[in-house]
Write a protein that binds this ligand. Structure first.
Ligand SMILES: *[C@@H]1O[C@H](CO)[C@@H](O)[C@H](O)[C@H]1NC(C)=O
Ligand SMILES: *[C@@H]1O[C@H](CO)[C@@H](O)[C@H](O)[C@H]1NC(C)=O
Ligand SMILES: *[C@@H]1O[C@H](CO)[C@@H](O)[C@H](O)[C@H]1NC(C)=O
Ligand SMILES: *[C@@H]1O[C@H](CO)[C@@H](O)[C@H](O)[C@H]1NC(C)=O
Ligand SMILES: *[C@@H]1O[C@H](CO)[C@@H](O)[C@H](O)[C@H]1NC(C)=O
Ligand SMILES: *[C@@H]1O[C@H](CO)[C@@H](O)[C@H](O)[C@H]1NC(C)=O
Ligand SMILES: *[C@@H]1O[C@H](CO)[C@@H](O)[C@H](O)[C@H]1NC(C)=O
Ligand SMILES: *[C@@H]1O[C@H](CO)[C@@H](O)[C@H](O)[C@H]1NC(C)=O
Length: 902
């Protein structure tokens, strides 16, 4: 590879990666808020002068200041707090306090201040806190003498060789003095005499590696001392003894000697402390192997003792002798040996005993005798011979008011009947992380009358339940069985039936595949149910024999439900019915895609929904609207979203407008389909691309409406066209005034207008037209219609000119659409318009009355009898028929009666 390319590539990479690593852009200006200016970490060489004049607090720590510019500080006379720590300041100027008269709190920590003399702090009498730790102080004269109001002074880590900070009494109000990490070998007799008028209570002498001598009377000037901390200092047994002797008679309450090389305690080590009112003693991290009997004798006020992280070979009935008021004892990882019977016998007031991580060679029956006040016992992570808890194991705790017993991580394998029968006041029993492998018959918990929590989390997954497992503990509120059960829970009745007070049930990580609908029945107080990492998919399938198993039915109080990683690919429509208090639902890591529209409808209180890592392609409003309505956090990342308008438009609009926290929104919500959006962020989906559809949609609606209208019109014209034509012609006739008001009989041109079916034309020619020889005249369309005129016009015109209209009725006529519809209608209209009795029916065939009325809108009864003629079958009656016809044609058209009105 070409060497010259490497720098180019490096620069390229850095340019690429720096923004990607998400390094917050470095602040370049001070942050000013509530009168406080934070100018730390800005690489400043000068204090900025453009800050508000009235700031009361200024932080310029972690910069490159050499000396604070007094002229600049003078701009902020109201300052009460000034932090110039972690700079390169070499000296303090008297002008500082002159310019800042109200300064109370000054930190010059971690600089290189060297000479400190009286004039430097002379005007700082208003200071209450002064931090000079981690400099190179060389004190000259009485530098602190002016600090009358100082309560807190830190001169740690300055290489000082003596605690003597002055010769004359001063700092009357000093409460806390930190002197840690200096190079002190001796606490001299008069070293603290400069504090003899002070109110010193807390003295920190931590990290003094070369302290060798404590002179008699050294604490006399500060006998009001209440707390002395010497952690990490090197104290030989002689120095410790000396120290305690010197502390005798002081007001000391709290002594911390962590990691001070106390390898053993003798019955004289703490003799001096007997004449104090010491309440707290910390002897942790001392690699201590031996405590002589009676070592604590006389510490009658001791309330709290820590021996954690030591290496004690044995405890016996003499170890804690004299600690009659001890209430708190920490032996965490302190004992690597024997705990004899009656070791704790003197501790009658002990309430808290932490014996976690103890290595007991064996476990004795009367170990805990005498602990009459014990409320808390932690034996977790202890290694002992106990593998089975029998009804004798805790017999020495009988009669104690023990509330919490921590037996976590103890390699326990079995609980025998009555294992806890002596612990009637126990509320919390922690058995997590063991190897308990058995069928719980229920007798194991006998006697636990007040138990509220049992934790079996992470056992060997070999615990089996029976319907009786919990019958003795109806007070239980929390039952944790995660990664503990062997997977069979299809019991009848349910083992949880007695647990009416249960609020939290953990059944996670158990590979449970089969449960029944009654498993959680009656658990009306249940709030938290965790079922993740089981195998419940089959139970919620529609195809499950007998339908989906709705085991959440009736859990009205449920607020938190976790069903992640169960292989679920379906949610029954009523899966979450009635869960109106549910605020957190977790379904991540399943195979869910399409959901029933109403599945989330009852989840009115939902605040957190987790559905990440499923197969969700679309997020439709109908399904998710109620679930997302009040959410504070949504987790739906890593689903194969389908970024189309139908699938994702509503969701993207919701994401754009919501205040809900959606972690990973920028990187983990990725489109899988369609190809155009593949691997794009869901947020890159353009909602407007769906809006652009709307003109096309309108066009589509418009054009389809037009086509439909056209179709409708065509059908209307096809089937009802005659009717339209009919009314049109009437309208035209009326408006054009064809209607004569006075009807004159004589105006008629024809005696009859013949209507007949084409097939009956022969009959008409043979039987009717011959009547024209007897001065009757007929209008016969086939013969008289004027060529060129429209059929419609011809009919209308000539019917008006005919005195009678003759229907030659046969079935064919009734079937002829033109004839029976338009002509009949017009005839009827004419009839009514002119009030003429002008119809003659000639029935060539017998026709049913209803056929007549349907086809020609006529009834026989509407006509005068003589106008209804029947064509006779017998030849000899034909002349009679002709005679009747002549009569009918001759009758007047005057209406005789009110037949039309009926
Ligand atoms: C400082 O002065 C500004 C106006 O100059 C004022 O708005 C602000 O409240 C003052 N702050 C304090 C702490 O007095
Ligand atoms: C100390 O503060 C008070 C107001 O609290 C002020 O009057 C006095 O001048 C200050 N003292 C010094 C020495 O600056
Ligand atoms: C501590 O003081 C002793 C003498 O008292 C001296 O020899 C030693 O160098 C000092 N150590 C430091 C780190 O100052
Ligand atoms: C210890 O406390 C008692 C009363 O509480 C008090 O009288 C006694 O002076 C105290 N002892 C010391 C050394 O402070
Ligand atoms: C301390 O122990 C020694 C034996 O190791 C014994 O002789 C002495 O009496 C004990 N002192 C007290 C005060 O118990
Ligand atoms: C402590 O136990 C020993 C035997 O181990 C016994 O002789 C002694 O009397 C016990 N002391 C007390 C105070 O119970
Ligand atoms: C019980 O012990 C375990 C393991 O040491 C610890 O993590 C847990 O906090 C303890 N529980 C209580 C209530 O002390
Ligand atoms: C257990 O608690 C009850 C009250 O809750 C109390 O009366 C009883 O004394 C306690 N038992 C023990 C052994 O302290």
């Amino acid at each position: 590879m070409n060497r010259s390319l490497i720098p180019v590539l490096l620069v390229g990479c850095m340019e690429l990666f720096v923004p990607c690593l998400g390094v917050a852009p470095k602040r370049t200006t001070c942050l000013v808020e509530n009168g406080r200016a934070d100018c730390s970490h800005l690489g400043l060489r000068e204090i900025p002068s453009d800050l508000p004049r009235n700031i009361t607090s200024l932080d310029v720590a972690h910069n490159q200041l050499k000396t604070p510019t007094l002229a600049t500080l003078a701009l902020f006379p109201a300052l009460r707090h000034l932090d110039v720590g972690y700079n390169s300041i070499t000296s303090l100027d008297a002008g500082l306090c002159k310019n800042l008269p109200f300064l109370q709190n000054l930190s010059i920590q971690h600089n290189v201040v060297y000479i400190l003399q009286e004039k430097d702090l002379k005007l700082c009498s208003n200071l209450t806190h002064l931090n000079l730790a981690d400099n190179k102080l060389k004190l000259k004269g009485e530098p602190f003498v002016a600090l009358q109001r100082l309560t807190w002074l830190d001169v740690s880590k300055n290489g000082l060789a003596s605690v003597r900070l002055g010769n004359q009494p001063q700092m009357e109000n000093l409460v806390t003095l930190a002197f840690s990490g200096n190079n002190i070998t001796t606490l001299g007799k008069d070293d603290f005499s400069f504090l003899k008028n002070s109110s010193l209570q807390v003295l920190k002498l931590l990290n003094l590696p070369s302290l060798q001598k404590i002179e008699s009377g050294c604490f006399k000037p500060i006998s009001g001392l209440r707390a002395l901390l010497l952690d990490n200092s090197k104290l030989t047994p002689q120095v410790t003894s000396m120290l305690c002797d010197e502390l005798s008679g002081t007001a000391l309450r709290n002594l911390s000697l962590q990691n001070t090389q106390q390898h053993s305690l003798t019955n004289t080590t703490f003799t001096g402390l007997r004449s104090t009112n010491l309440t707290r003693l910390d002897l942790g991290r001392n690699n201590m192997a031996h405590i002589e009997n009676g070592s604590f004798q006389g510490l009658t006020h001791l309330d709290s003792l820590s021996l954690e992280l030591n290496n004690l070979k044995a405890l016996n009935n003499g170890t804690f002798q004299g600690l009659e008021n001890l209430r708190w004892l920490n032996l965490w990882s302190a004992v690597k040996g024997n705990v004899e019977n009656y070791s704790f016998e003197p501790l009658r007031k002990l309430e808290y005993l932490n014996m976690g991580k103890t290595s007991m060679k064996d476990f004795k029956e009367f170990t805990f005798s005498g602990l009459h006040s014990l409320k808390f016992l932690d034996l977790s992570q202890s290694t002992s011979v106990i593998k089975t808890i029998t009804d004798r194991t805790f017999i020495s705790l009988a009669g104690t008011p023990l509330k919490t017993l921590n037996l976590t991580y103890m390699a326990l394998q079995r609980l025998n009947p009555g294992a806890f029968s002596h612990l009637g006041n126990l509320t919390t029993l922690l058995l997590a992380r063991n190897f308990i492998s058995q069928t719980l018959s229920g007798l194991e918990f006998e006697g636990l009358h007040q138990v509220e929590e049992i934790d079996f989390f992470l056992n060997s997954q070999k615990i089996s339940l029976t319907p009786e497992s919990f019958i003795h503990v109806p007070t239980l509120k929390v039952l944790l069985l995660g990664r503990a059960l062997n997977g069979t829970l299809n019991l009848e009745p349910s083992p949880f039936r007695p647990l009416v007070n249960l609020t939290w049930l953990d059944l996670s990580n158990n590979n449970i595949a089969n449960i029944n609908e009654g498993l959680l029945e009656g658990l009306s107080h249940l709030k938290v149910l965790t079922l993740q990492h089981n195998n419940l998919a089959r139970l919620w399938k529609d195809a499950n024999p007998g339908g989906p198993v709705l085991f959440l039915k009736g859990l009205h109080s449920l607020t938190n439900l976790q069903m992640d990683s169960n292989g679920l690919d379906e949610l029954p429509r009523d899966a979450f019915q009635g869960l109106t208090n549910l605020s957190q639902l977790s379904l991540s890591g399943n195979l869910l895609d399409k959901l029933h529209e109403s599945v989330f409808d009852d989840l009115k209180s939902l605040r957190v929904l987790q559905m990440e890592k499923n197969l969700v392609t679309s997020v439709p409003k109908q399904v998710f609207q109620s679930a997302l309505a009040n959410l504070s956090e949504l987790r739906m990342e890593r689903n194969p979203f389908d970024c189309t308008c139908e699938s994702i438009l509503w969701f993207v609009e919701w994401l754009n407008s919501t205040n809900t926290s959606v972690p990973g929104l920028q990187g983990d919500y990725i489109c899988n389909t369609p190809p155009a959006y593949y691997k794009d962020s869901v947020m890159a989906f353009e909602p407007l691309s769906c809006k652009d559809m709307s003109p096309f949609q309108a066009l589509y609606v418009l054009s389809s409406t037009a086509v439909l209208t056209l179709l409708f019109t065509a059908f209307l014209v096809h089937f009802q066209g005659w009717r339209i034509q009919f009314y049109w012609s009437i309208l035209v006739n009326r408006t054009l005034g064809f209607r004569e008001d006075a009807v004159v009989e004589g105006r008629y041109e024809y005696d009859g207008y013949i209507i007949h079916a084409p097939t009956d034309a022969g009959w008409v020619e043979r039987q009717l037209l011959p009547l024209e020889n007897e001065h009757f005249s007929f209008f016969h369309e086939d013969r008289d219609a004027e060529p060129g005129r429209s059929q419609l016009e011809t009919i209308v015109e000539n019917m008006r000119r005919s005195r009678k209209i003759i229907f030659v009725v046969t079935e064919k006529l009734l079937e002829d659409p033109w004839c029976r519809q338009f002509k009949a209608h017009h005839a009827m209209h004419q009839l009514m318009e002119d009030s003429r009795d002008s119809l003659v029916l000639v029935l060539l065939q017998e026709v049913q009355d209803h056929q007549l009325s349907q086809a020609l809108l006529l009834r026989r009864s509407m006509l005068k009898p003589r106008c209804v003629l029947h064509w006779p079958l017998q030849r000899e009656r034909i002349p009679a028929f002709h005679q009747q016809l002549r009569l009918a044609l001759a009758t007047s058209n005057r209406v005789s009666g009110s037949r039309w009105l009926g």
